[in-house]
Design a protein around this ligand. Structure first.
Ligand code: PLP
Length: 478
């Protein structure tokens, strides 16, 4: 493809994207294709001769869009949002054009330096203490990971190396294997599955603790578990506090947990994957009270801050526990400026990394903090609108208090009628929701996901839920 063709192709694609986004709510949110739908739509082999770009454009609707689930549609209420915005798409175009791999500072200085500064901007926006920020002048700072799951694993590995170092000094006679077998970490039973996975990948035990009646992990619960384990000769070393659980968007008592961790010298990691974006609004920062007691903090601008996947922001107060502990330094990666700026390859699992801070820079500049705050507040208002509609119908009850853009609700009654309700809602094909279950109570989750959602869309979603509930009521009365 030559430059002239690229101009035409990219112009045609940007026109297509605008048309797609503008009319997205008219598309069926989940496609009705069956597994294997795509193979018959494309040739068995790659073409020998080049095709014109117009042929590719002509196949997008037929081959791709016929099987796309439209996550940006206002009818999509499943999981948590995944972010999307025009500035972010344009930034990714530039990132793809530069196509550098910023594993060290010298590999592309702008790639590292913009990331350092953007993570400082973002950290200030959510009210993180200076002790997490690079601008404080110490070793602390932020890094963009691909996902919250990677951030949790990186934090666990940091905690593990810090604990190993400490215990080896106290007990030089113990072998690495002996120490490792005693290490134990903790999280809320409602923590994301990636926390359990981090334990498996890191080769350490993780205990999932039963939270209180409001699904919060409390300081007292944690303290009790830690003391029980110490009595058994174990070494508590790592805690994950979740701010905004996946199943119901509950918030652990960070302040209390922080006290326990600080007293016992335990690494505290905060997973605020979804809800963290809301902290750009000062009125939600009460939910992160105690954050100064944490060692690492992570949230996903790629969920709720209009930055396209992947952009998971992580801050570490003492990155040395990762940077030094997993340092392999082949000659081909060394450079003369080592130590004068972060070499991000040491802060993450893979070596390669894209120029992801461009997305943050474009989004933060083209929206401004003010519009991003409006965006978060609007989603939360829309969730409260659905909550109001739902609670005004006496057949329904809420499962969890609505604090963010997620409404957890159910029909009063048993799990079976709620399973039937979800089947009918999704079966009607207009909107899409997923369920959750806590302590054997099945409920439905309605997340506000789309950047295009308006009040009228929420009314449409509510009408769909109500119509499905009418069907369930009728069917159960027969
Ligand atoms: N933590 C929480 C609380 C989440 O809700 C999620 C995903 O929804 C994750 C972690 C995993 O996020 P990622 O896909 O970025 O690994």
């Amino acid at each position: 493809m030559d430059a002239a063709d690229f101009k035409d192709f990219s112009k045609a694609m940007s026109d297509y994207i605008v048309e797609y986004m503008t009319n997205i709510r008219d598309r069926q949110v989940v496609p009705s294709v069956k597994p294997g739908y795509l193979r018959p739509l494309v040739p068995e082999q790659a073409p020998e001769k080049p095709e014109p770009w117009t042929a590719v454009m002509a196949d997008i609707e037929r081959v791709v869009m016929s099987g796309v689930t439209h996550w940006q549609s206002p009818r999509f209420h499943a999981y948590f949002p995944t972010a999307h915005s025009y500035p972010s798409i344009v930034a990714d175009m530039l990132s793809d054009a530069i196509a550098c791999i910023g594993f060290t500072w010298i590999a592309s200085p702008a790639c590292t330096e913009l990331e350092v500064v953007m993570l400082d901007w973002l950290g200030q926006m959510i009210g993180l203490p200076e002790s997490f920020l690079a601008r404080s002048g110490g070793e602390a700072g932020g890094v963009i990971q691909g996902t919250a799951s990677e951030a949790t694993l990186v934090a666990l590995l940091g905690a593990k190396s810090r604990a190993m170092h400490r215990v080896k000094q106290e007990h030089p006679e113990w072998t690495d294997y002996e120490i490792l077998s005693k290490l134990v970490g903790y999280c809320n039973k409602q923590a994301h599955s990636s926390v359990e996975r981090a334990g498996l990948l890191g080769g350490v035990q993780l205990r999932a603790l039963k939270p209180d009646g409001k699904r919060k992990l409390r300081g007292e619960i944690l303290q009790e578990a830690i003391e029980e384990d110490i009595r058994k000769g174990m070494i508590p070393f790592f805690v994950v506090a979740t701010l905004g659980t996946t199943s119901s968007c509950a918030f652990d008592a960070l302040d209390e947990i922080g006290d326990v961790c600080n007293e016992k010298n335990i690494w505290l990691h905060v997973d605020a994957a979804y809800a963290g974006s809301s902290f750009i609004c000062p009125e939600y920062r009460y939910l992160m009270k105690g954050v100064e007691k944490a060692d690492s903090f992570n949230f996903n601008p790629h969920k709720w801050l209009l930055v396209n996947f992947d952009c998971s922001a992580m801050w570490l107060k003492e990155p040395r526990w990762i940077v030094d502990a997993f340092n392999v330094d082949p000659l081909y990666l060394k450079h003369d400026m080592q130590g004068m700026a972060p070499d991000y390859r040491h802060w993450q699992i893979p070596l390669g990394r894209r120029f992801r801070s461009l997305k943050l820079w474009f989004v933060l500049r083209l929206y401004g903090v003010e519009n991003l705050q409006k965006y978060i507040r609007k989603h939360i208002e829309l969730a409260h609108l659905f909550e109001k509609l739902c609670t005004s119908d006496e057949r329904f009850e809420l499962y969890e208090e609505v604090t963010m853009g997620l409404v957890c609700f159910r029909l009063k009654g048993n799990n079976e009628i709620n399973e039937e309700l979800l089947k009918r809602i999704n079966g009607r094909g207009k909107i899409h929701l997923v369920p959750s279950k806590i302590d054997d109570v099945y409920f439905l989750r309605l997340a506000i996901c789309s950047p295009f959602s308006e009040e009228s869309d929420i009314h449409i979603s509510w009408e769909e839920v109500k119509a499905a509930a009418d069907e369930v009521t009728k069917a159960t009365q027969k």
